[in-house]
Each structure stands twice: as structure tokens, then as C-alpha cells.
Design a protein around this ligand. Sequence first.
Ligand SMILES: [Zn+2]
Length: 249
Amino acid sequence: MSSNTRKHRRAQCQCLATCTNPPLENSSFCKQHLRFCPRKSPLTGYEPNYDPIIYNNTRKIRESHNCFAYAFNHMDVPSDEKCSEISCSIPFHQPGRASGYPKWSKVKGKRCPDLIARLKGDVKGLRMTNFTSKCPGKTSKIALVADEDQDYHFYRQDSNGMWSHKPGATKVTNLDADGRPIYDPSLASRKYNKSGLNYDKFCSFLCAPKDKKLKFKRGGKHSSYRKHSSYRKHSTKKRRQHTRKLKHN
Ligand SMILES: [Zn+2]
């Protein structure tokens, strides 16, 4: 198990990796760090605003954009034929498809080095960074994580300094898997018990350009394949359906 694999089972204070105080309910922080956290991810001024309504309110947008598109603030409104309020059957954008990487169905697992190579292929000028470094001008910080057997996931830093994400075809949220606001996605909870998705690998923080129109390509299964059914305990079928809804491919 490498050092970037999250071993913590319980929610932890997101101020410092070394903080062992329990986080307060509905908070990113423990009591000590609630008032002040010395460790920060500096803003560049190019961060998008946290405005979930844009992605959440219509089925057409909500079901045609996944975490990848959302993290890069990429809006690609499909035609009514492919995705409307009544039915949506368009696949999501996938990292590496625009730069000619193989479909996920041809690759075993979703691993950080492969994901990062794909992103660098798709997005010129993308570079790796860490939580405390400031990204260069005209870029803002995003984060890539992986459940290497099943799925990848992205977060983005918004202009309020906090982080948000869009799990698959579901709504944009600023909460982690434990329902806590995300101050640092590398310390946030990323284990979803209902779907069985566990994004335990933290791949990297990245500086994503915000001054150019990106070219992403859609691919894979139709999003209508992800059924909107609620998960019931001990039902493999329901669990699979729920996973499909949350997964990004
Ligand atoms: Zn703390």
C-alpha cells in the first residue's frame, strides 16, 4: 500500500494529515482547527464559483456531465435528440479519449499514472502540484482520485476556497462521502458504502487551465444505462444500478 492510499476508515480533520482529533459534526475540522487552519491551498483568482444549480437543475445538463467535465468547468450541452428532459442516452466525457487513448473497456482498471497521462494528452499545460502550492495564473486547482478497480473521480477548488464535485450523473455537491464540507480532498472521506465505490488512491492535485476552451470527447456506455433506482441493502442488482449512477464511465 503506497503512502498516498487513504488508510483512515473514520472521518478525519482535514486541516492536517497529522491531526488525530475527531472532526466536528458537519464540519471539515476538529474543534482546534475550526477557528483557524494554518495549512491552505492558495487561490489564483481563476477558480470557478460554486454554483451547483447550473449543473443540477436540468436533467439535460445533469445527466450529460460527469466529475471530469465538472472539474474542468467544461459545459457541453448535448442536442435534444441525444439528451433531453425526457430521456438521456449520451455517454460522458472521458479522460484521454480526445487524445486517442483506448476506451476504458479495453483497459484493465483505472490507475493514477494512466489517468494523468490521459489528462496531459487532453489538456495542454496541465501540471501536477500539491495542496499548499499556488497554481500559476489563468489556472486553478483540481484533484484526481481513483478506485483503481472500478472508477476515477475528480474534485475542483471553487472561488470560496472549498472543493466541490459531481458524482456521475448525480448532482453537484460540496460534501464528501461522510457529508462533510471538503477543505482538502486528499483528507476528505471518499468511501461510498452504498455503491461500494472507494476512491482510496489520491493521484494528484493538478493546475488546470481556465483561459482556453478544452476539447473533451465523450465515450463509453450511455448515461441512461445508469438507472435511477435507490439502493437497497443486500441487493446486488440495486447496488450495481446505484454504482452505475455514480460511476463516470
Ligand atoms: Zn484538526
